[in-house]
Design a binder for this molecule. Structure first.
Ligand code: IMP
Length: 211
């Protein structure tokens, strides 16, 4: 594959996510990495059902749908929180853990309740966020990368920043604060999404197909 995100010629990508929190993070992280110009997801593209059973499959479903609908290369992100004491749940079902239409608070409440009820309760509550980010080109070529951050699930939510499970995730590489207690740039420096997107930007610089 030949390079496309050359200096002075940003690669234009449409974002597949309809989640404003994720879109904001993607803008901040890819904006800092450079080489890419991001377009918002057009409002008239129908929701994409996340029927895959892996993060990679769901990222592909979203990226394919948006690149097909717009004729523009699309970037999609699929993320899961994997908790060891829950056999890797909520994992690929993280957004609807407490049911269809669940709020972030509903999902966090269910996670804490499941951990309290688990045979390993009182244990170390090991967990990790995993993200797959994928760029899909209208001709079917794709570039994807994974990012992981390890940590523990806190006993109670703390902090106002971030989104989703951030108030209960304490990264190993931090100082005991939850992701929601970190400034955005502190979170992005070590987060699953920061790692995946920086690796993606690097891969696009090296190997993106010409458009
Ligand atoms: P999906 O990738 O759209 O399937 O979303 C997965 C779910 O995981 C989201 O609805 C959030 O609840 C959660 N999530 C995704 N990214 C993060 C993050 O960076 N921090 C905390 N929770 C997240």
């Amino acid at each position: 594959m030949s390079g496309v995100a050359q200096p002075g010629m940003p690669l234009v990508l449409v974002m597949a996510t309809a989640n404003h929190d994720k879109a904001a993070e993607i803008r901040q992280i890819l904006g800092a990495a450079g080489g890419v110009r991001l377009l918002p997801r057009p409002a008239d593209v129908p929701d994409v059902e996340e029927t895959g059973d892996t993060l990679e499959a769901n990222a592909r479903l979203k990226a394919v749908a948006l690149s097909a609908a717009t004729g523009t290369p699309a970037v999609a992100d699929d993320t899961g929180l994997e908790v060891d004491a829950l056999g890797g749940a909520p994992g690929v079902r993280s957004s609807r853990y407490a049911g269809e239409g669940a709020t972030y608070a509903d999902n966090v409440a269910k996670l804490l309740a499941e951990l309290d009820a688990s045979p390993g309760r009182g244990g170390p509550r090991r967990a990790r966020f995993r993200t797959v980010v994928m760029v899909r080109f209208p001709d079917g070529r794709e570039v994807w990368r994974e990012g992981v951050v390890a940590g523990t699930v806190a006993e109670t939510p703390r902090g106002e920043g971030g989104f989703g499970y951030d108030p209960v995730f304490v990264p190993d590489e931090g100082d005991g604060r939850t992701f929601a207690e970190l400034r955005p740039e502190e979170k992005h420096a070590i987060s699953h999404r920061g790692r995946a997107l920086r690796a993606l930007a690097e891969a696009l610089r090296r190997e993106a197909p010409s458009t």
